[in-house]
Write a protein that binds this ligand. Structure first.
Ligand code: HEM
Ligand code: HEM
Length: 235
C-alpha cells in the first residue's frame, strides 16, 4: 500500500516536473527580448557571455557583489544541495559509477552545508526588516520545504538509519515500473513526500530561477550594440 502510494506519487511528480519544466523553458525561449540591456560592465563576445553565465551559476558572482552574507548562505545551500544530490545517484545507478562512489564520504558534509545555508537564508528573511517586509509566504514555504528535506535526510544519515539496500531495490524497480517494497521508516517517508512536493511545485514556483537565469537578457546578452543590430528574437 505504502509502496504503491509513494511509487505512484513519484510517477506523477516526475511527469509534472519534466513536462512543466519543458513548457516553461519553451515559453522563456520564445519570449522576445526587445531591448539590448546587458548589465554593464558586460562581455562583448559570445564566449565572454558564456564565461559570465558560468561564473554566475558556479560562483553566484552578481550576488557576491550585492550582498556578502546572502552570498555566503546562498552559495553554501546551493552547493551543498548539489553535492548531496550527486551523492544520491548511488540509488539510481547500478553498478554505482566510480566518481559517485568517490564523492560519498565528502558528500556527507554537503547535507550540513545545505542546512546551515538554508537556516542563514531563513534567518535573513525573518531578522532583516527590509527583507521581511518584501517576503511573501511562498518565500518562507520554499525554505521550510528544503529545510525539511535536508533535515530529514541528515536524520537518516546520522540518527534513524533506513535500509539503504531495500531503498535501492525500490528505486531500481521503480525505474523499470516494478518497484520493490519501500522500507516503512517514518523519516524516509517524510523525506520522500517532501521531495514529491518539491517536484510538483518546481515548475510553478520561484525555483524556476534555475532555468530562468539562462534566459535573462541582463545576463545573456553581449555588450555589442554598435557592432551588431539587435533584433528581438523569440516568436
Ligand atoms: C542553475 C542553478 C541555480 C542557480 C544559479 C541559483 C542561484 C540562486 C541565487 C543567486 C539566489 C539568490 C537570489 C537573491 O536573493 O538575490 C538563489 C535563491 C534561491 N534558490 Fe537558487 N539557484 C539555482 C538552482 C536552485 C534550485 C535547483 C533550487 C531548489 C531546488 C534553488 C532554491 C533557491 C531558493 C529557495 C532561493 C531563495 C533563498 C532565499 O529565500 O533567500 N535554487 N538561487
Ligand atoms: C528520489 C529521491 C530521493 C531519495 C530516494 C532520497 C533518499 C535519501 C536517503 C535514503 C538518505 C539517507 C542517506 C544515508 O543514510 O546515508 C538521504 C539523505 C539526504 N537527502 Fe535525500 N532522497 C531523495 C531526494 C532528495 C532531494 C531532492 C534532496 C535535496 C533537495 C535530498 C537531500 C538529502 C540530504 C541533504 C540528505 C543528507 C545528506 C546525505 O546523506 O547525503 N534528497 N536521502
Amino acid at each position: 500500500m505504502l509502496t504503491a502510494l509513494i511509487a505512484g506519487l513519484f510517477y506523477l511528480a516526475t511527469a509534472t516536473l519534466t513536462i512543466g519544466l519543458a513548457r516553461k523553458i519553451l515559453v522563456y525561449a520564445r519570449t522576445p527580448a526587445p531591448l539590448k540591456i546587458p548589465t554593464t560592465p558586460a562581455p562583448t563576445s559570445r564566449a565572454g557571455v558564456a564565461a559570465r553565465l558560468l561564473r554566475e551559476v558556479v560562483l553566484f558572482e552578481s550576488l557576491f557583489k550585492a550582498s556578502k552574507w546572502t552570498w555566503l548562505f546562498g552559495w553554501l545551500f546551493h552547493f551543498g544541495m548539489f553535492v548531496a544530490l550527486l551523492r544520491h545517484l548511488r540509488y539510481f545507478t547500478d553498478p554505482v559509477w566510480g566518481w559517485v562512489a568517490w564523492i560519498q564520504s565528502a558528500g556527507i558534509y554537503a547535507g550540513f552545508a545545505m542546512v546551515i545555508g538554508l537556516a542563514g537564508l531563513w534567518a535573513r528573511r525573518m531578522l532583516v526588516d527590509r527583507v521581511r517586509y518584501i517576503s511573501a509566504p511562498s518565500d518562507h514555504l520554499m525554505l521550510a520545504l528544503l529545510l525539511g528535506i535536508g533535515g530529514s535526510g541528515l536524520l537518516m544519515t546520522y540518527v534513524w538509519h533506513t535500509d539503504i539496500v531495500a531503498l535501492k531495490a525500490f528505486v531500481q524497480g521503480w525505474m523499470r515500473f516494478r518497484p520493490g517494497e519501500l522500507p516503512a521508516d517514518p523519516v524516509l517517508v517524510i523525506h520522500l513526500l517532501l521531495v514529491i512536493c518539491l517536484m510538483l511545485v518546481f515548475p510553478i514556483s520561484k525555483l524556476l530561477h534555475a532555468p530562468g537565469l539562462f534566459f535573462s537578457p541582463t545576463r545573456n546578452q553581449a555588450d555589442d550594440p554598435r557592432e551588431r543590430r539587435h533584433l528581438p528574437g523569440g516568436a
